[in-house]
Design a protein around this ligand. Structure first.
Ligand SMILES: NC(=O)C1=CN([C@@H]2O[C@H](COP(=O)(O)OP(=O)(O)OC[C@H]3O[C@@H](n4cnc5c(N)ncnc54)[C@H](OP(=O)(O)O)[C@@H]3O)[C@@H](O)[C@H]2O)[C@@H](O)CC1
Ligand SMILES: [K+]
Length: 469
């Protein structure tokens, strides 16, 4: 009954097609669909039993294998002495779900909405293919309106697994239990915001190692015992017309691991902190300093010809560069032609990603397809940032759990860019740096508490670092 120990499903984030292929591969290797459903249903039932704590449970079952999981869950709970009943508006349509229903000893009704304290939604899983209507929609509306504890099995029943699209009554769950592997909808907004706490049940699927994965917390190395400021990484932040944004980025960068941060600016910055070296002079000449390990360009840069000239100078220096903000409106194929794009990274939000896709003639239906196409076409590492950030680089695709919603404040993007550029200066790996930056940014927001300013967030990043040492 237990999944095999060589399962590689932990962390994979799959499409419906990939999920079906993994399940098919398991069946070809001799594991029956019934066995997979037993693993999925029992694994989920253990969570439900733990969360129910003796309260009454009602399981809503649909016609497919998600409903089949529901019968397995109800059966397990009933045999465990937990008061449970099933509502199934339609009989099972698959052989495996039929078998699950025949085996289920819990009481089953075809209509009504029993009063219970815990509800388990098994109407539809990744097989949801159209708008939810009729008796199924009515059940979901009742579920929405109850005060009971709500658990979604695999995915909430009105959510399309690949796109996160809402195909029925919209409701909030307390817990979502993914089966076998994560689905994209678990990490796509707004669907992910309605899923409550998310847990994964391993059913022993063997999944390709290059599949997209949920990012795992990074392990950040402290400086080596013999380090000095240059060896720890010198980051050059290229300033432009607006002084605030690069200063914010530099404040965050100084607290993210780089040993030395310089602001390259032709202006004076009386508000700059004493630790930040402000350097004027010819940008190309300054950037030729071989001790500079990475460059950040974009925050407060401006979008005029002078700004484009700075971008060009940064690229000519041939160093790892993080482009953010205004730089994302200036980048185009001509600027990067012939250069080593493996050391370039971008951190666009939704609008900036659209701008980049237009500049590089890229089309894609979803954020992940657009980010992936941009990376594949240019070789640049892409962090499509937002509440549902997606990272695409040479090591594949990474999804993330949502950070605190207080991050939706002006200047937090500059802070993220500063952290990421600092991490690039430390070790030179853009994908690793961007992944670390998302975690540090999110953790800093937790530490900063509610309604922080971007400056306060920037000054909290070194405390966040401690969580990953
Ligand atoms: N395969 C495996 O090995 C394992 C799978 N597992 C579980 O199976 C789940 C996937 O199962 P699934 O593919 O049977 O799809 P599921 O989500 O139950 O729904 C499909 C059914 O609903 C119907 N239907 C769809 N939309 C509808 C609508 N709007 N309104 C009304 N009807 C609608 C559709 O009917 P049709 O479109 O054919 O008319 C079909 O009958 C997965 O999420 C996981 O929980 C685990 O047990 C592990 C092992
Ligand atoms: K479900």
């Amino acid at each position: 009954m237990a999944p095999s120990s060589n399962s590689r499903s932990a962390g994979a984030v799959l499409t419906v097609e990939q999920m079906a292929a993994a399940e098919h591969a398991a069946m070809v290797s001799g594991v029956s669909e019934w066995e997979l459903m037993q693993r999925a249903g029992e694994g989920a039932a253990r969570w439900v039993a733990r969360m129910s704590g003796g309260r009454t449970v009602s399981v809503l079952c649909g016609p497919g294998n998600n409903g089949g999981d529901g019968y397995v869950i109800a059966d397990f709970l009933y045999r465990s002495g937990i008061p449970v009943s099933v509502v199934a508006p339609k009989p099972p349509a698959t052989d495996t779900a039929k078998k699950a229903r025949e085996t289920c000893v819990a009481p089953i009704s075809s209509d009504g909405f029993p009063a219970a304290e815990v509800y388990v939604d098994c109407l539809f899983g990744y097989g949801l293919s159209r708008q939810v209507e009729g008796a199924f929609a009515t059940l979901l509306e009742h579920l929405r309106d109850t005060t009971g504890y709500k658990i979604a099995i695999d995915v909430p029943s009105s959510i399309a697994s690949d796109t996160g699209e809402n195909l029925g009554p919209s409701l909030y769950y307390d817990l979502t239990i993914a089966l076998g592997a994560w689905k994209r909808a678990h990490f796509i907004m707004p669907a992910m915001a309605g899923m409550g706490v998310k847990r994964l049940v391993d059913i022993g699927l063997d999944i390709a190692e290059d599949a997209p994965v949920l990012s795992a917390a990074p392990q950040i190395e402290p400086p080596a015992p013999d380090s000095h400021k240059y060896r720890r990484g010198l980051l050059a932040v290229v300033a432009g017309e607006m002084p605030g944004a690069p200063l914010l980025a530099a404040e965050a960068a100084m607290r993210s691991g780089a040993g030395y941060v310089k602001l390259l600016s032709e202006h004076s910055h009386p508000d700059a902190p004493a630790e930040l070296v402000v350097e004027g002079g010819d940008l190309a000449a300054t950037l030729s300093d071989e001790r500079i390990a990475a460059v950040l360009v974009g925050p407060g840069l401006g979008r005029d010809a002078k700004a484009r000239g700075k971008l060009s100078a940064a690229l000519d220096a041939g160093k790892p560069i993080l482009f953010d903000a205004d730089a994302l409106h200036l980048l185009d194929p001509a600027l990067i032609e012939g250069g080593d794009t493996s050391q370039l990274a971008v951190t666009p939000h939704e609008g900036e990603l659209a701008q980049l896709c237009a500049a590089f003639s890229i089309e894609g239906e979803s954020k992940i397809e657009r980010a992936r196409a941009l990376h594949e076409k240019t070789g640049i590492t892409v962090l499509a940032k937002g509440p549902d950030s997606i990272l695409v680089g040479s090591k594949g695709v990474r999804f993330f759990n949502r950070g605190p919603s207080w991050l939706s404040a002006a200047g937090t993007g500059d802070v993220l860019a500063g952290i990421a550029a600092s991490r690039i200066a430390v070790h030179g790996d853009p994908q690793r740096a961007l992944e670390e930056a998302v975690w540090l940014h999110s953790e800093a927001a937790h530490i900063a508490g509610p309604a922080f300013t971007a400056g306060e967030l920037a000054r909290t990043v070194n405390q966040a670092l401690e969580c990953f040492l």
